[in-house]
Design a protein around this ligand. Structure first.
Ligand SMILES: N[C@@H](CCC(=O)N[C@@H](CS)C(=O)NCC(=O)O)C(=O)O
Length: 329
């Protein structure tokens, strides 16, 4: 019998994303916190010191998006691939945007605000130490360590307005869209739900963004559905979705992720250590150090655009013309 172990943490968006897909597919698995208790088991399998780590019998897998792809291939029931290739591209683009961009405001709220920092530090410490050990001394160390990563990710005072207005506008748009449906593309769970849903799940677990998101009940219901999903029918036709999905796509992709990823890639190619760009509707610029992993994942997304047929690309460009410039390298 196959055994499956998922090393994760409740505070890790990428780990709860993989767990949500395992739940969705009804795949039995053991959820193991990355803690003192399981550290040697983790190290025996992990190539990188990162969660999620999924171990199937003796095989180890890391990096949440390739893990979702592998699970889709091996366990095709309850697929998160949308049958319409154009819609599926959008779903994958939203997942990539959540992984690389939406993680920034999540990290910003969690580690810049004192109440959130204390809360998250304690949650991580409690999950990490042996039962019976006082987590408090570790909580401060964990917070101090994670705060050192803030500038690298672009979570600075300078970028605060861009990061926070991104979340609040995005929440209002998703809330509106979710008033009439179970998931972003209708009744079927998609990559986009897992990617964006797991970021909002984290935001909802931190006191400052949780309070700000309180008015958005449809958004909150969707987030909780994404974390423990069951399909509720088929995807809807694009024409049904567009009135409230197009503003989400513009917000996530046109005004944030794609221009950010393009500038990051340009900076990387020109060996610039940092870059500045205009994002969203705020008048202040956004600036951060160049990020190598996102160059690779953006290139992969561009390759999936190139792999669409001209007709599939045209379907998207007819309603979302801004994709034309933003999918080019
Ligand atoms: N691209 C990776 C990112 C994984 C990642 O950044 N994991 C974080 C937790 S959310 C981690 O393990 N950090 C540990 C560390 O940086 O020491 C994925 O999607 O799995």
């Amino acid at each position: 019998m196959t055994t499956m172990q998922l090393f994760g943490m409740e505070v890790s968006p990428y780990a709860v994303k993989v767990r949500a897909l395992l739940r969705h597919k009804g795949i039995a698995h053991q959820w193991l916190p990355r803690s003192r208790r399981y550290e040697s088991a983790f190290r025996a399998k992990a190539k990188l010191p990162l969660i999620p780590l999924l171990v199937i019998d003796e095989e180890a897998f890391q990096d949440s998006t390739p893990i979702l792809d592998m699970l889709e291939q091996r366990y095709p029931t309850n697929s998160i691939h949308l049958a319409d290739a154009s819609m599926n591209w959008l779903s994958r683009a939203l997942e990539e945007a959540a992984d690389e961009w939406a993680v920034k405001p999540m990290f910003h709220y969690r580690w810049q605000y004192e109440a959130d920092r204390i809360n998250a530090g304690m949650r991580i410490a409690r999950a990490s130490v042996e039962p019976g050990t006082d987590p408090a001394p570790f909580a401060g160390m964990i917070s101090a360590h994670l705060m050192t990563r803030l500038p690298t990710l672009g979570c600075t005072d300078h970028n605060k307005a861009v990061l926070e207005s991104y979340v609040m506008r995005g929440a209002a748009l998703i809330d509106e869209h979710m008033k009439n449906r179970a998931y972003l593309f209708g009744g079927q769970l998609s990559y986009a739900d897992l990617g964006l849903g797991c970021m909002y799940y984290q935001l909802m677990s931190d006191p400052t963004p949780r309070a700000l998101l309180q008015p958005y009940v449809a958004l909150q219901d969707w987030v909780m559905r994404c974390m423990n999903p069951t399909d509720q029918g088929d995807a809807e036709p694009m024409t049904n979705l567009l009135p409230t999905l197009a503003p989400i796509l513009a917000h996530e992709l046109q005004h944030h992720y794609l221009p950010w990823a393009q500038e990051n890639t340009k900076a990387f190619a020109n060996e610039h250590s940092d870059f500045t760009c205009s994002l969203g509707s705020t008048s202040v610029t956004y600036t951060q150090p160049t990020q190598k992993y996102s160059v690779k994942s953006f290139a992969q997304l561009q390759a999936t655009w190139q792999a669409l047929t001209p007709a599939q690309q045209q379907t998207l460009l007819a309603t979302l013309p801004w994709l034309n410039d933003l999918t080019k390298s």
